[in-house]
Ligand binder design. Structure first.
Ligand code: G3H
Ligand code: 13P
Ligand code: NA
Ligand code: ZN
Length: 328
């Protein structure tokens, strides 16, 4: 059934686990997540970005998720809008039937300009007002996602700002987080700790100076009852990069967020972990491999099938690693 995000996150907090929130854009990704959840009995957060809504079109996004509900009626499922850039966008998602929305007020509505704190409070508060009236959960974001190696935002992937930032802008401040939660009354807070979207997060396996898990502990100490959200949480597995490059891909050396760091974060209030890139890498590797090995094939179902399998495998792995097994 369609459930509220708040309900899922409260349960995760009470039972000490985290829930991966997977970005979906098409049929095969939705099927992969649902099948993985079914196999391990996990709850599901399917999230759609503005890019997903543009790619598939709103009716298709809506009905793909409706189809998932119909095909898997016993799995608790949240339909979440990822990175809403304005209260209007969030209202649109609610009208479309989303049970949870993210108001990303860390940037202004252009998605580029770093927003003032007051702007962020204002737009997030507005969305909480309109969403809570109809039982919809709200995620906000405080602090700008970006790299503590380059001090740059994650514009490379088409998201966020390319501005050079200070360490303080790139790390959520615990005191400000407490004030933000109090003023907005949001349900979940996305924090900045040095992760960024896409495949190119770190030039080496991250250590505490560039992936600030300690900052999560400080934030959690200050606001122990707020559900925390980690964006840019793909682990960018080296074996997936290797498959892509073995079959004609040209991805540069790069590192993601190690699963053991996420597991540590889950001990300190992180309940929602956003993952998109790992699914992309898994599917791309599988398609490259299949087509390289079967150059005579042209039925897309034949190459989409291994891609869907690869996506399912990574989703299932994350469900187990984050402690979701049996929580569905
Ligand atoms: O927010 C980031 C997700 O990876 C969505 O990416 O905007 O390319 O759909 P997208
Ligand atoms: P990744 O690019 O690390 O998968 O992050 C996805 C994300 O944060 C979506 O909001
Ligand atoms: Na989100
Ligand atoms: Zn994100």
């Amino acid at each position: 059934p369609l459930v509220s995000m708040r309900e899922l996150l409260d349960h995760a907090a009470a039972n000490g686990y985290g829930i991966p929130a997977f970005n979906v854009n098409n049929l095969e990704q939705v099927q992969a997540v649902m099948e993985a959840a079914k196999e391990v009995d996990a709850p599901v957060i399917l999230q759609a970005s503005a890019g997903a809504r543009k790619y598939a079109g709103e009716p298709f996004v809506k009905h793909l998720i409706q189809a998932a509900l119909e095909a898997y009626p016993s799995i608790p499922l949240v339909m979440h809008q990822d990175h809403g850039q304005s209260p209007d966008v969030c209202q649109g998602a609610i009208n479309l039937g989303f049970s949870s929305v993210m108001m990303d007020g860390s940037l202004e509505a252009d998605g580029k300009t770093i927003a003032s704190y007051d702007y962020n409070v204002d737009v997030t508060r507005k969305v909480v007002d309109l969403a809570h009236k109809v039982g919809v959960t709200v995620e906000g974001e405080l602090g700008c996602l970006g790299s503590l190696e380059t001090m740059k935002g994650d514009k490379e992937d088409g998201h966020g700002t390319e501005a050079t930032m200070t360490r303080e802008q790139l790390l959520t401040d615990p005191e400000q987080a407490a004030d933000f939660v109090k003023k907005t009354q949001l349900d979940a807070l996305a924090i900045a700790i040095g992760t960024s979207h896409g495949a190119y997060k770190f030039s080496r396996k991250p250590t505490g100076d560039i992936l600030a898990i300690d900052r999560i502990k400080e934030i959690h100490r200050r606001i122990p009852n707020t559900h925390l959200v980690m964006h840019g949480s793909s682990s960018v597995p080296q074996d997936l990069l290797a498959i892509i490059n073995q079959y004609g891909g040209k991805m540069k050396e790069t590192y993601g967020v190690p699963v053991e760091e996420i597991q540590e974060a889950i001990k300190y209030g992180v309940r929602k972990i956003n993952i998109d890139t790992d699914i992309r890498l898994a599917m791309t590797g599988a398609v490259r491999k299949f087509l390289a090995e079967n150059p005579d094939k042209f039925d897309m179902r034949e190459w989409m099938k291994p891609a869907r399998e690869a996506a399912k495998k990574i989703c299932k792995q994350r469900y187990i690693e984050f402690g979701c097994e049996g929580q569905g």
